[in-house]
Design a protein around this ligand. Structure first.
Ligand code: CDT
Length: 323
């Protein structure tokens, strides 16, 4: 009988990053967590969304270009190269969220993305994922105690949800708000994904509907556990938590099995490494039974999911749409 495939994965939760904390200081924190991961046997360590800076979209500006210092113009850069070097030396890969400023495209346009880079155990780049679902707002909304201006600072990716064969597995990525959308996981599920890596910055206070504040932890786990189970995949959810520049963000980083069960969870709101030995063949228990897509899915009945964006209700006088 063949041995089951295992991937020892770490979720490297970060505590707050102050506005004036240098890249060098942050990279030192990341390297310390990578070393912790190596010391317990991790082959892959996942860092949060925008893991090199404070969560700058909380501040309005008319001058985005004046905020370019929050973005990386290359990856690796001189400041992040030590993390790549440590990965190679330790033989531990990583996923790292950061703000990306691209080279000018063919039309001379520079783009800003909320990006995650995935790096193999030899320090080589496997691929990049650019956030698809950009939450929050574009315009100044000074009535909020703090803002969520991701839609001002970042473009929506049009590259979707690729997966990669790496770490002797099939790995995909998503970023923060992407985790709340079932399409995120299903797109990767249809490519056979076995592990989805997700970094997040989730403020506890949700200004448009503060009634949701008390449910942040519940909703965080609810969507990732459902995504894992319904697609028979591991999910690694990693927070930047704690109180950063006066804003409290959710921690509760976790590693979720293809059964939907949480197998490891952070207990602090600061820098903390948790890990699990992920049995990748456990995915098949779900992919080949209840969620055998080829056997049971009915894509011909799901047309609205790709052809329609918002809700279209039946006309008011149409009665029961099914009768
Ligand atoms: N970073 C990020 O995507 N945060 C969102 C907050 C939504 S409130 C505007 C999240 O989904 O957690």
């Amino acid at each position: 009988m063949s041995e089951s495939r295992k991937l020892h994965v770490g979720a490297a939760q970060l505590g707050p990053i102050a506005k004036d904390e240098s890249r060098a200081a942050v990279v030192e924190r990341l390297i310390a967590l990578l070393h912790q991961g190596a010391s317990v046997g991790c082959e892959l360590v996942v860092f949060p969304e925008l893991a090199l800076t404070t969560f700058f979209p909380r501040w309005f500006t008319d001058d985005i270009a004046g905020h370019d210092h929050y973005y990386e113009q290359s990856m690796p850069s001189a400041e992040t190269q030590p993390l790549f070097d440590a990965a190679k030396e330790l033989g531990v890969g990583f996923a790292l969220g950061y703000a990306e400023l691209t080279e000018p495209d063919a039309e001379g346009v520079i783009h800003r993305y909320n990006t995650t880079v995935l790096v193999e155990r030899d320090g080589s780049i496997v691929g990049k994922f650019r956030k698809v679902h950009i939450p929050g707002h574009e315009a100044d909304e000074p009535w909020r105690p703090f803002q969520h201006l991701e839609r001002r600072y970042f473009e929506e990716s049009s590259e979707g949800f690729p997966v990669w064969r790496c770490f002797d597995s099939i790995v995909g990525m998503a970023t923060c708000n992407d985790r709340r959308w079932p399409e995120t996981y299903r797109e990767m599920g249809l490519q056979g994904v076995e592990m989805v890596l997700i970094g997040y910055n989730t403020p506890i206070h949700y200004a448009p509907d503060p009634g949701q504040n008390a449910l942040q932890g519940f909703h965080n786990h609810l969507c990732m556990q459902a995504g894992a189970y319904q697609n028979g995949t591991w999910v690694v959810g990693v927070a930047k938590g704690g109180t950063e520049e006066g804003v409290e963000s959710l921690a509760q980083s976790c590693i979720i099995a293809p059964s939907g069960q949480i197998v490891a969870q952070a207990v602090t709101t600061g820098d903390e490494l948790i890990s699990a030995i992920a049995d990748l063949d456990w995915c098949n228990h779900y992919k080949e039974t209840l969620f055998d897509f080829a056997r049971y899915r009915r894509p011909e009945l799901y047309q609205r999911i790709t052809s329609q964006k918002g809700v279209i209700k039946p006309p008011a006088d149409s009665g029961d749409a099914s009768s």
